[in-house]
Design a protein around this ligand. Structure first.
Ligand SMILES: [Zn+2]
Ligand SMILES: [Zn+2]
Length: 114
């Protein structure tokens, strides 16, 4: 995946497309990055969803201190298994999962180095 451009103009928190989030993620029950049921959580910003004329802003939450690689990888596989766009390699959500996985691996290594 060479030449991937960082999404600097993406809407919402951490470049997350609110349309790709489940209701449980919007309501803060599950991690917005990996979909894990939250026990400890940290705020990662907000997204705004438009439903007709109504704009609703949701605060997003993620695993605290960070998503485990296992959870992120499982989320990536679960998404890709049911996603048509991922098969053609043009899925922003799939890419976000891979980015989250790369971040989780980096963080895990950083902690391991202690
Ligand atoms: Zn998470
Ligand atoms: Zn996808």
């Amino acid at each position: 995946m060479k030449g991937h451009q960082p999404a600097t103009t993406a809407p919402g928190a951490a470049g997350i497309d609110p349309a790709a989030l489940t209701r449980e993620q919007l309501l803060g029950w599950r991690c917005a990055l990996c979909g894990t049921l939250l026990t400890g959580d940290r705020p990662i910003g907000t997204v705004t969803l438009s439903q007709g004329p109504t704009l609703t802003t949701y605060p997003l939450w993620a695993c605290d201190p960070n998503c485990t690689t296992e959870n992120v990888w499982r989320a990536a596989l679960t998404h890709a298994a049911g996603c048509e766009a991922c098969r053609t390699g043009e899925c922003a959500t799939g890419q976000r999962h891979l980015d989250a996985y790369a971040t989780a691996i980096r963080q895990e290594h950083a902690e391991g180095a202690g």
